[in-house]
Design a protein around this ligand. Structure first.
Ligand SMILES: Cc1ncc(COP(=O)(O)O)c(C=O)c1O
Length: 442
């Protein structure tokens, strides 16, 4: 299919935005950058009229489907009857928190935000305010937003998995001062010795550990029950706040998020993405005693923002959460995900590819490797290049996904309309072509 309009739009956009895109992660190269014309259900149509079944779902917020009429109607009613924001409290604030509390027993009190980044910032500041400590711990392979202190990662691409030296820790890019790293430690998921050592040597100084137990930014590689329980116990013992970042997993992998699957609860939790089915809304909350340090009283933790709890965001959250709470939308997404996992398993087996799935079906990690990776370093020894080739072929066949196996496949309720026979057929062809290419490469 011609990409005539794409190349015109790309050339024009280069005149106006760095790399011709509104944010870094949308740039896939001049030929490949996708310009979307419309979206509905689980489908995207690009500016040249090509249609895709979308498993990328805007990095995960779409949980019902694009342009869900139930959610859109609630937002339209809200803004036409009451406006978008006033900078004052509304009844809806409490109603949304009530809904979240009915699904997430770990939440006693909450505050709102506009993005996952802002929710994490709020939770970390609250943890510091409550504990009176400064140090923060995250887990290798996790991603917790675009602010300087969270923008440090293990340099896995340049790391030698055969050597004895751990990967170095580097900033995500330029403009992040070294100073922003001074209060941050990274640990390895499921590494018991490292966890014990961290708390034995620094436990008294740690304000919080922030993690995704199912790492949405590392192909859904997941904490074991034992490791997460030990982390919970150590946090309790040392008075360190456990912050579970459910920005990707929340209202997706279960009504109560990853915490419901593990039965292990955080002191503070962050939510965004699926909470509003694509409308920009986020929240953080947790134990009342901890959250009550937030406020304008002397010594209180500052939290605010002009757009916080605006009515577009909250009406979308209210409508989405009500649907997730009252219907079996999540079971539907999970069921289709399980069918897709099965069909992909058949495709990989037929092609003679060793593969392992990670995470729940609604946030499906796919790795070309014989054993399920247990941490981010294991991801490095998966055949991510073959996955990349497979993904690009699928995109050509009209299946949209991120061509990086660190990004899982996201499922939504509307995926129940996908023709699974068609998907198996194009996946078979894409796999065959990707394998042929990798064999013919010198
Ligand atoms: C686990 C997690 N936390 C935080 C964020 C940041 O969210 P946002 O992009 O809404 O700022 C992301 C974004 O992908 C995420 O996956």
């Amino acid at each position: 299919m011609s990409k005539h309009r794409q190349s015109l739009l790309m050339a024009e956009a280069h005149q106006h935005m760095p790399q011709g895109v509104a944010e870094n992660y949308r740039y896939w190269g001049d030929d490949r950058t996708v310009f979307v014309a419309s979206a509905k259900g689980c489908r995207l149509t690009d500016c040249d009229g090509k249609e895709y079944v979308d498993f990328r779902l805007g990095y995960g917020p779409i949980i019902l489907g694009y342009r869900d009429e139930r959610v859109d109607a609630a937002v339209i009613e809200q803004i036409t009857q009451r406006g978008t924001l006033s900078g004052f409290a509304t009844e809806l604030d409490t109603e949304v928190v009530r809904l979240i509390k009915s699904m997430c027993p770990n939440i006693e009190k909450m505050r709102f935000a506009n993005s996952g980044t802002e929710a994490v910032m709020g939770a970390v500041r609250t943890a510091r305010g409550y504990t009176g400590r400064d140090r923060v711990v995250t887990v290798e392979g996790g991603f917790h937003g675009l602010y300087d202190e969270m923008m440090w990662k293990s340099d896995i691409e340049h790391w030698d998995p055969q050597g004895s030296v751990p990967p170095s820790v580097i900033p995500f890019g330029a403009g992040i001062p070294q100073r922003a790293r001074e209060l941050l430690d990274l640990i390895v998921l499921n590494d018991h010795a490292m966890l014990e050592h961290l708390f034995a040597t620094q436990g008294e100084t740690l304000a919080c550990v922030v993690l995704e137990p199912i790492i949405g930014n590392a192909g859904s590689i997941s904490a074991t029950q034992q490791w997460l329980q030990r982390l919970r116990d150590l946090c309790t013992q040392y008075g360190t706040m456990l912050i579970i970042d459910e920005v990707k997993t929340g209202f997706r992998v279960a009504k109560g998020g990853a915490q419901a699957l593990y039965g292990i609860h955080a002191d503070l939790t962050t939510y965004a993405k699926a909470i509003g089915n694509g409308y920009p809304v986020a929240a953080f909350g947790g134990r009342a005693e901890v959250m009550d340090v937030v406020g304008s009283h002397a010594g209180g933790v500052v939290h605010g923002g002009t757009y916080t709890a605006n009515l577009v965001a909250l009406s979308a959250a209210h409508a989405t959460l009500k649907i997730l709470s009252d219907t079996d939308a999540l079971q539907t997404a999970d069921k289709v995900g399980a069918q897709i996992r099965e069909l992909l398993g058949r495709v990989f087996t037929a092609a003679g590819i060793e593969y392992a799935f990670a995470g729940p079906a609604a946030m499906l990690g796919i790795h070309f490797t014989p054993d399920v990776p247990t941490n981010y370093r294991d991801w490095r020894i998966t055949n991510s290049e073959l996955y990349r080739a497979f993904a690009w072929k699928l995109i050509d066949y009209g299946v949209m996904l991120e061509p990086d196996s660190r990004e899982p496949w996201f499922l939504c309720e509307a995926h129940q309309s996908v023709d699974l026979g068609w998907l198996e057929d194009v996946a078979t062809r894409a796999m065959r072509e990707a394998c042929d290419e990798s064999v013919s490469r010198p």
